[in-house]
Design a protein. Structure first.
Length: 252
């Protein structure tokens, strides 16, 4: 069951490495849950490394999500595909096709919304032709490479590697030029109706990652990818509480 609140900003990175894959993220109210997946033969397996991929995507994620569908509202299952792109996509599509009752899909070019949307990320998303007709998959776009026809229905967000654009790691102040660049990236994504996130944001110390998260949220970045769910969701709850107080609605 999902947590007390649902956080659209919270993205559970390397979710398969958590003590309880999927369940910890749901209890923290994450809207984005990212396991690493490998296609081996006709199976979609979960694991950060192929040698550790001993469980199927259905076993760890799809079946439990189906069991909890009544408690879910808006959730993205983010598939970071590590295996060979050309062979992986059709196997993944077949695996997802058995879950139309819980997964968003397309029928005759019409998007049928379900509680969970499967989102293709990583290398495969970059190499696959982005198409609105994909039966079960939405796409994680890339900042600066968004096609003109991009639609939030099948490309809800764009992402970029933090180190490709910024050196700041949460120590010392964010330089004005970096703040301006960050704001520009946010504006460019939002003008297209897309959400924005960065991956590879440094999380070296408790203080530095909190300063980074604060700067990202203050600039309007929509989604925060993290290995530290408890700390991030505590920050999101604190910020929401402050906003409620400032609007004359004390949190309780």
């Amino acid at each position: 069951m999902q947590g007390r609140r649902s956080w659209m900003a919270a993205w559970s990175h390397n979710d398969e490495d958590r003590r309880r894959p999927l369940l910890d993220a749901l209890e923290h109210g994450c809207a984005w849950i990212e396991p690493d997946v490998w296609v081996v033969g006709d199976q979609v397996l979960v694991g950060h490394d192929r040698r550790d991929a001993r469980h199927t995507l259905a076993e760890l994620y799809l079946d439990p999500l189906r069991d909890r569908a009544a408690d879910l509202t808006r959730l993205y299952l983010v598939l970071d595909v590590k295996s060979e792109p050309a062979a992986s996509l059709p196997v993944i599509e077949r695996a997802l096709s058995a879950y139309d009752d819980v997964l968003t899909h397309v029928v005759d070019d019409v998007v049928v919304r379900r509680p969970v949307t499967a989102l293709l990320s990583g290398t495969l998303a970059n190499r696959s032709p982005v198409r609105a007709g994909s039966v079960h998959l939405a796409y994680d776009g890339r900042l600066g490479l968004v096609p003109p026809e991009a639609d939030p229905a099948w490309m809800p967000l764009v992402s970029a590697h933090w180190r490709d654009h910024f050196w700041w790691s949460g120590f010392g102040p964010l330089l004005p030029r970096d703040h301006a660049r960050l704001t520009r990236f946010v504006d460019e994504a939002h003008e297209r109706g897309l959400l924005l996130r960065f991956w590879g944001v440094p999380e070296w110390t408790r203080g530095s990652r909190r300063r980074l998260w604060e700067a990202l949220l203050d600039a309007g970045v929509d989604v925060i990818t993290t290995d530290h769910l408890t700390a991030l969701t505590a920050l999101l709850e604190q910020r929401e509480g402050h906003q409620e107080v400032s609007r004359g609605r004390p949190s309780s």
